[in-house]
Design a protein around this ligand. Structure first.
Ligand code: ADP
Length: 261
């Protein structure tokens, strides 16, 4: 992967700009810095790196992007009429787009709400959305994505709390990283224009992992909220049904789902 191969693969997409790095701390940090410069970065500007040395997950957890093996990118979305009222759907926009791109390649992905993509119960990709505000007005957001593409991108088991996989492991053959990126961005541009629709929520909900199963979520406390995973609220919150048949809405916090043992 290099700047030219990326430019070629992404030429059909109307990106606002492209910055490629052989190695970088974090693509999200670079995107945030780019957006903050005089004149800023245009809508749909993209930062791609072959290697991240300080890749971040939520709550400052680490995301591993070893050299020559993964996809790490951050896409800048400028605030717009469509985005503003649907901000809470942004992580779904990224998750749905990655999932659709996997499905196109014949895989069966699922979304571990809110920000992980699983294949065969193992983590393939993670998403980190960060927002920039001017007072209480949204200025822009950065969608950061890390995807394990080749086998060599999967971190050693002792570094993980959750099993991981790669596209190569699942497909049985190594895909082209530029093509994977192009297909995700194409889906993302398609769904961004439809973020406010019921169709969007339905498509996102249809890809959720553990639907109809007993799950537990941790929303910033040690005590899990337990229930059957029903689906999504219009704002992208998760809807569970507890043992008293009462509906519970899980909105935010550090929520991770595990099948209830
Ligand atoms: P969570 O899994 O709780 O949603 P994040 O999505 O923020 O957490 O991702 C960070 C976590 O993902 C790390 O703590 C690490 O266990 C795991 N991780 C880091 N890099 C990778 C990778 N390349 N593939 C799979 N899992 C990873």
């Amino acid at each position: 992967m290099n700047e030219n191969s990326l430019k070629k693969a992404l030429s059909k997409l109307k990106l606002g700009g492209l910055r490629y790095f052989d190695s970088i701390g974090s693509t999200n940090d670079e995107a945030l810095a780019w957006a903050a410069t005089e004149g800023g970065a245009a809508d749909l500007s993209l930062v791609v790196a072959d290697e991240q040395t300080q890749g971040r997950g939520r709550l400052n957890r680490k995301w591993f992007t070893p050299k020559g093996s993964a996809l790490a990118f951050s896409l800048i979305l400028r605030s717009s009429e469509t985005l503003r009222p649907n901000l809470s759907r942004t992580v779904g926009l990224a998750a749905l787009s990655i999932a659709e791109s996997c499905s196109k390649n014949g895989l069966t992905p699922s979304i571990k709400w809110p920000n992980d993509i699983l294949i065969n119960g193992k983590k393939l990709a993670g998403i980190l959305v960060e927002t920039v505000w001017s007072g209480d007005e949204l200025d822009l957001l950065v969608i950061g994505v890390g995807i394990n593409v080749f086998k060599s991108s999967v971190p050693p088991v002792d570094l993980l709390q959750f099993p991981a996989t790669s596209l190569e492991d699942e497909l049985g053959t190594p895909p082209n990283r530029e093509e994977v990126l192009s297909s995700i961005l194409e889906a993302l541009i398609h769904w961004r224009a439809r973020m406010g629709t019921d169709e969007f929520i339905k498509a996102w909900e249809n890809q959720l992992a553990f639907r109809g199963q007993q799950v537990q979520t941790f929303a910033g406390t040690d005590v899990p909220v337990v229930g059957e995973l029903l689906g999504l609220e219009p704002d992208g919150s998760l809807r569970l049904l507890d043992k008293h048949r009462k509906s519970i809405v899980v909105r935010f916090g550090d929520v991770s789902l595990r099948p209830d043992a």
